[in-house]
Write a protein that binds this ligand. Sequence first.
Ligand SMILES: Nc1ncnc2c1ncn2[C@@H]1O[C@H](COP(=O)(O)OP(=O)(O)OP(=O)(O)O)[C@@H](O)[C@H]1O
Ligand SMILES: [Mg+2]
Length: 329
Amino acid sequence: MDMKEEMALQIRDLKSHFFTSKGVVPAVDGVSIDVPPGRIIGLVGESGCGKSMTAMSVMGLLRHPGKIVGGTILLEGRDITHLSKRERSKVRGNEISMIFQEPMTSLNPVYPVGRQVQEAILLHQKVTKEEAKQRVIDIFKEVGIPEPEKRYYSYPHQLSGGLRQRVMIGMAMVCRPKVMIADEPTTALDVTIEAQILRLMKRLRDELGTSIILITHNMGVVAEVCDYVYVMYAGNVMEQAETFELFERTEHPYTQGLLKSIPKLDGKEDRLYTIEGVVPNLLHLPKGCNFCNRCDQTVEKCFVEKPELYETREGHKVRCFRYEGGVKA
Ligand SMILES: Nc1ncnc2c1ncn2[C@@H]1O[C@H](COP(=O)(O)OP(=O)(O)OP(=O)(O)O)[C@@H](O)[C@H]1O
Ligand SMILES: [Mg+2]
């Protein structure tokens, strides 16, 4: 990946914490992500590691008691970390858009889907209602919704899960955003539909040059569509690399564990491998590496200090003391 090209989105040392009555929860704790134009970036990790909160921070949608307490978010070089509500609403849905983890909650059940997408257009673009409607039908065609004129009038419950997800993607794409964040867009879908949605994302990347952050805990999905991957654990990025490199030379013990948990294609393994131990409570993180309590490759230092991200090869970074200085100890 050419690091000199301007990034569509740059997240720099982002810290988003939750100020609860029990203490401060560092849900996102120093996350940096580079999203080049026209690439799909995977964000993976177990439940609760901070994937959605990273996305919500970028979208300016963190809710109380959550707050961005550090770092910067740059959209094509422009700082959007602390925008006013008004400036925010101009950016959101227009320059950067998001598909949420629960698709049913983001569509209004009492309005036809076409009208909902039409409203999204009217919110951001100076076009007539008629023009906006035509635009919706074009978008529906683009995202592979059959009989778009008819589907315009359908209510969310009249559509299959796959079609609903296409409507959501259409809605996210209407204003041709530079960056789209898709949070678990295929988790609720069966594998055939999942494959179609993933193909659609690749098409948006290739034909429109859209940059996509794809949030998933499915390593198979990552292998299928992502150009570059970030692996998160307890609010930190533990490993990052181009997809091929990450699978070929998996370095972090946590990533190794995640990859072992992919079911074997030959179906010989009847049980998924799970990484031993539980995800640490973010209120009581270990003094050393956040993963030290579950790691099978620790050295003494892991329990007393927090590792940084060490670069082991160009574009490949690992947060693990075994790679301090860039080489495996
Ligand atoms: N309202 C809240 N109050 C306190 N802590 C919160 C709140 N919302 C989220 N968190 C903390 O943020 C952490 C990260 O949550 P996030 O939703 O980003 O996880 P995720 O990686 O998206 O998980 P999943 O795969 O289940 O969607 C959680 O583990 C939780 O500790
Ligand atoms: Mg989530």
